[in-house]
Design a protein around this ligand. Structure first.
Ligand code: DQA
Length: 144
């Protein structure tokens, strides 16, 4: 069983970018932690980050046939990208949408997501723990 964690635009800056909003953990810290939880749960965790919308679309398309769940924080692409939405629905891999911050407590342009109505669930505002919560949820679904 494989779960793919996709991080979009600017999430490579995690740990140094607006730490009062996104926390002190780097993306590498988060990935290592998820690998550890995955190992405990007997699930392979794959990781992808890009600042390029098309690269994320390519990654989602390549996941077809080898990935059981996707966990995605598309960053600002969340609020702009019909293309990422279409890729996710196109491959028909179930996914959980994660946002580190509570997007609903921020600017109104962050309140709309092109992904949420297609997601199995959406996690916002739990900090980087949101990725772990999503991973544990996916593992539970896979065990059903
Ligand atoms: C984010 C929220 C987005 O609005 C923002 O553009 C990001 C990060 C989050 O994880 O809280 O880059 O997805």
């Amino acid at each position: 069983k494989q779960i793919l964690v996709i991080n979009g635009v600017n999430l490579n800056l995690l740990g140094t970018r607006e730490p009062h909003i996104y926390g002190a953990q780097t993306l590498a810290d988060v990935s290592i932690h998820l690998d550890k939880i995955g190992a405990e749960l007997g699930i392979k965790v794959a990781h992808f980050q890009s600042n390029y919308e098309g690269a994320i679309v390519d990654c989602i398309q390549a996941a077809r046939g080898n990935t059981d769940w996707i966990i995605i924080n598309a960053g600002a692409f969340t609020h702009t990208s019909v293309a990422i939405r279409d890729a996710l629905t196109g491959v028909a891999i179930p996914f959980v949408e994660v946002h580190i911050s509570n997007v609903h407590a921020r600017e109104t342009f962050r309140h709309h997501s092109y992904l949420s109505d297609k997601a199995a669930g959406v996690i916002v505002g739990l900090g980087t723990y949101g990725y772990e919560a999503a991973l544990r949820f996916c593992a539970r679904e896979l065990a059903k």
